[in-house]
Design a binder for this molecule. Structure first.
Ligand SMILES: *Cc1c(COP(=O)(O)O)cnc(C)c1O
Length: 416
């Protein structure tokens, strides 16, 4: 298989999915429906008054990010890469999401709140039409403190789940892989979160967390490799884009297709967002996943059809990347199977280019992103080789960065 050989050689490639199918022909065979996503959105709405109360920085209690136009960046990319990009480029600013500073604020916070709601309903501490500010109460926090939440993470999911769980009142244990940055661990410990460190990669941290959690009947494991609820939290982000683009006066239709580029780790974040977008735009949106050349887990799983039965180590790669949010060697089969026919394509990018984009974006637009969050930028360059259409609306999904401390920013900005 040519593509696997290219991945082995750490080549940057773009793969157009040969199984891509019109959305209308697949949507009824998928395990998640529009109703499921709307139900998740309604749940987040119920929690909005509570979130606004405990995190005043969350405007109206709705965790959402703006969309920016980045024309200077587009010009700079065309110049630096000596290429033409057809259409306009937008940036989805999940780096600015409150509480967690990354796309993980969508899935992680949703799943923790859903779990809290279920426990509270069962105990009759709350009813569905109550004002959820009731959750901000000593007795309820004490009730939750009998329960533990556990999660395995390369950093950002732990940051999201650890922060919200501690605030709600749960005990929380985050199992961090070796990729996790020190500042992310420090920040969590300051919030009273128990951080367990592993010298191995993400899959091992998840496996250990899962095992420890299953041995404790009062512990709930948030399973990044299989979680339907994380997926739904991310999918809400996808469906909200439609309204945002309408408000900006940006048209998406058959003549003006939307191309989305999503940095991908295990797959839940980009998969959920892509799914929400497909529900809104059907065939008028094309979603692409972006992965480091050393960690192309999802591309490998999709191209071989093996999903989680193959890892990047199996083809001789080391899964070592500065893009800590994407340092995943084995993709989620749950997500991979949903994406099988609805993902337009996937590509790989070298770490070196992440730094190039990091600096360009900082100097052209004064936006700082963490390395993982820049993987989307190669997308418009790659697809412009195939689609020479000025009506295309490209959107790179900036998945994180606003919490990165100053010292680390300086390091990235001066990197050669
Ligand atoms: C987690 C993460 C991703 C990818 O999300 P997955 O659900 O792991 O695929 C992308 N960017 C950043 C910054 C992340 O933290």
């Amino acid at each position: 298989m040519g593509i696997i050989d290219d991945l082995k050689l750490l080549k940057e490639i773009i793969w157009y999915n040969p199984s891509y199918t019109r959305f209308d022909d697949v949507k009824y065979n998928l395990p998640i429906t529009l109703e499921d996503v709307l139900d998740a959105e309604a749940r987040l709405k119920r929690f909005a008054p509570y979130l606004e109360k405990i995190f005043p920085e969350v405007e109206n209690g709705i965790i959402e990010s703006p969309i920016s136009r980045i024309n200077n960046m587009k010009n700079r990319m065309e110049k630096d890469f000596d290429t033409k990009i057809y259409g306009k480029i937008l940036l989805k600013r999940d780096d600015l999401l409150p509480i967690a500073g990354s796309i993980k604020a969508r899935g992680g916070i949703y799943e923790v709140l859903k779990h809290a709601e279920e426990l509270a309903l069962k105990e009759n501490l709350i009813s569905l039409d109550d004002d959820y500010r009731k959750f901000d109460n000593k007795e309820i926090r004490e009730f939750f403190s009998q329960y533990t939440i556990q999660v395995g993470s390369t950093g950002n999911l732990g940051l999201s789940i650890g922060t919200i769980s501690a605030k709600v009142g749960f005990n929380v244990i985050v199992h961090m892989s070796s990729d996790a940055k020190q500042w992310k661990k420090d920040m969590l410990r300051e919030k009273g979160v128990k951080v367990v460190e592993y010298s191995s990669d993400y899959s091992k941290a998840v496996e250990e967390g899962r095992r420890l959690s299953y041995n404790d009947p009062k512990s709930y494991f948030i399973d990044d490799e299989n979680s339907r609820d994380l997926f739904l939290g991310y999918a809400v982000g996808g469906i909200r884009v439609k309204r945002q683009l309408e408000d900006m006066g940006i048209i998406v239709d058959k003549e003006h297709p939307l191309f989305i580029y999503l940095p991908c780790g295990v797959g839940g974040g980009p998969g959920g967002v892509a799914y929400g977008l497909k529900l809104m735009y059907g065939n008028n949106v094309h979603c692409f996943f972006a992965e480091p050349t050393r960690s192309p887990a999802m591309l490998l799983g999709l191209a071989t059809g093996k999903h989680d039965e193959i890892s990047v180590e199996d083809i001789g790669l080391d899964n070592k990347t500065e893009a800590d949010g994407l340092a995943v060697g084995r993709a989620s089969a749950f997500v991979g199977k949903i994406m099988e026919k609805i993902l337009t394509g996937a590509y790989t990018i070298e770490d070196q280019k992440l730094y190039v984009f990091l600096k360009e974006l900082y100097y052209e637009e004064n936006i700082f992103l963490e390395p993982s969050a820049l993987a989307g930028f190669l997308g418009p360059i790659l697809t412009s080789e195939k689609y020479k259409n000025e009506n295309i609306v490209h959107m790179c999904w900036a998945t994180g960065g606003s919490l990165v401390p100053k010292e680390s920013r300086g390091k990235f900005l001066t990197m050669k």
